[in-house]
Design a protein around this ligand. Structure first.
Ligand code: ADP
Ligand code: MG
Length: 455
């Protein structure tokens, strides 16, 4: 059962017993319980005292226990709801239709096997203890200095923890900070999951190699938890797992439109599709310059909740902090410098390093876009540009002839590409994060523009 289904069932039970639907705090407690959160954390997120959450929690478990005739607590809530759903033992919808008031149990005293309600403080504390967590984060890079990204972190947390997304795609140009952002996210949310793994597709490995890595990490005699092995998909269903796949761009062909799998790695298409459709509480985060295009953003579908975030550069204040880390002193030119890098932390670090080595007078040259990019930056940009298709290169050449945004009709007039090729090329460039789009106007990120103009 997914979170929504469990909440619906709980709402029906509470309504059947009290004639009242779940209120906001009750819903937050049930949600938090399903996400293995302690009462303290639920209280913090709901902005109320821990004791109100505890009291309301005790009352809620009492009401649900009375309705179902067994002792329900924070600890067994999910399994009890799933058991009830499977057994279909409570015909609540019929109750609603027949009785209106729904209090069909009659006897409101706690069941005999219920020790005493509400639970003592000690009992509640033991119920709120998080489940043990098993990590394999040996492939996760160290975070290092990390600034801001608060809104992106909040967005990702909402998708993963509240909307129970099964797939989150994080795209953006190389160096924009995808890996760093995800490391920060994992540090903040990992204890909400039972199994957490970071897996890099650099070097590229097959699906079966990944699965055997998974098995060895979590289910072998040498692993932290020696349990009988379940199939990979079974383990995703039986436990709340969080898996990060980094460097997904390695799965795709160079010289083709974004998202075409390499011949020997086509199996990943079915693998990701299966994860997208699998009814589970687990979540995959897919990171890369390119990610599978067949997994479409599906915010409104509760059965296939997946989301995409295309990461763009850091804001001006945060970018300044990166330059300051290199001992540079702020000047009027910083605005142009940061704009020309589109706030990309990697590009800013390369530029800052150059200024640090050669002195601040070099800034004049760096922001002069009649000059080619400095070599270090050029190498990084080239790695990405080398991978794109011929039709995309043709569009990039057109876009780099001006600093101003160009409309689709102007592109069409000036391009020798067939209209369908032009559209596919634009879509592919957009998926790679190369374009700035403003309604019907397209332009290139300044660094790319300069790179292409001086090629
Ligand atoms: N928010 C941030 N604050 C400070 N440094 C950052 C931030 N995001 C990324 N970086 C730094 O920028 C560089 C590139 O980031 P990375 O996450 O590797 O990019 P990507 O995965 O998109 O290629 C790294 O050195 C990283 O530490
Ligand atoms: Mg990365």
């Amino acid at each position: 059962m997914n979170l929504k289904e469990i909440l619906n069932l709980a709402d029906k039970l509470v309504y059947a017993q009290t004639d009242q639907h779940l209120n906001d705090l009750q819903e937050a407690i049930l949600r938090g319980t399903l996400e293995h959160k302690a009462y303290k954390q639920i209280a913090k997120e709901f902005n109320c005292s821990e004791s109100s959450v505890r009291n309301m929690g005790s009352e809620l478990w009492r009401v649900i226990s009375e309705k179902v005739g067994e002792n329900i607590s924070k600890k067994n809530f999910r399994t009890a709801m799933e058991r009830l759903q499977n057994a279909n033992s409570l015909n609540l919808d019929q109750d609603i239709a027949a009785n209106g008031s729904l209090n069909t149990c009659g006897d409101k005293t706690p069941p005999l096997d219920t020790p005493h309600w509400p639970l003592s403080h000690e009992e509640e504390v033991s119920l709120s203890e998080p489940k043990p967590v098993y990590y394999d984060l040996s492939q996760m890079p160290d975070l290092g200095v990390f600034y801001n990204r608060t809104s992106e972190l909040n967005k990702l947390k909402t998708w993963i923890l509240q909307h129970q997304s099964r797939l989150v795609k994080l795209t953006g140009m190389s160096g924009v900070g995808k890996t760093a952002l995800t490391v920060k996210l994992i540090e903040e949310i990992k204890d909400q999951f039972e199994y957490v793994m970071w897996y890099s597709l650099d070097p590229l490995t097959s699906v079966s190699e990944f699965k055997s890595y998974w098995k060895t990490a979590f289910f072998s005699p040498t692993s932290s938890r020696h349990l009988p092995y379940q199939s990979f998909t079974k383990s995703l269903q039986a436990h709340r797992c969080l898996v990060v796949f980094d460097d997904l761009q390695n799965l795709f062909e160079s010289g083709k439109l974004a998202g075409k799998y390499k011949v020997n790695y086509q199996e990943y298409r079915a693998f990701f599709k299966k994860i997208e459709r699998l009814n589970s509480q687990s979540c995959f985060i897919l990171i890369g310059w390119q990610v599978p295009k067949e997994l479409n953003q599906n915010k409104h579908n509760h059965f296939l909740p997946n989301y995409s975030l295309q990461l763009t550069g850091l804001d001006f204040e945060t970018s300044c902090k990166i330059l300051q880390d290199y001992g540079l002193t702020e000047s009027k030119q910083w605005k142009n410098l940061i704009c020309s890098c589109g706030g990309s932390p990697l590009w800013l670090k390369i530029i800052a390093n150059l200024i640090h080595e050669l002195g601040e007078s070099v800034i004049e040259l760096l922001i002069d876009d009649t000059q080619p990019l400095p070599e270090d930056l050029q190498d990084i940009v080239q790695q990405q540009c080398d991978r794109i298709s011929k039709s995309e290169k043709a569009v990039l050449s057109l876009l780099s002839q001006t600093d101003k945004p160009i409309s689709l009709s102007t592109l069409k007039e000036n391009s020798s590409l067939a209209t369908s090729d032009l559209i596919n090329a634009l879509q592919s460039l957009s998926r790679r994060g190369f374009l700035d789009k403003d309604d019907q106007w397209y332009s290139l990120l300044p660094v790319l523009n300069r790179y292409y103009r001086h090629r």
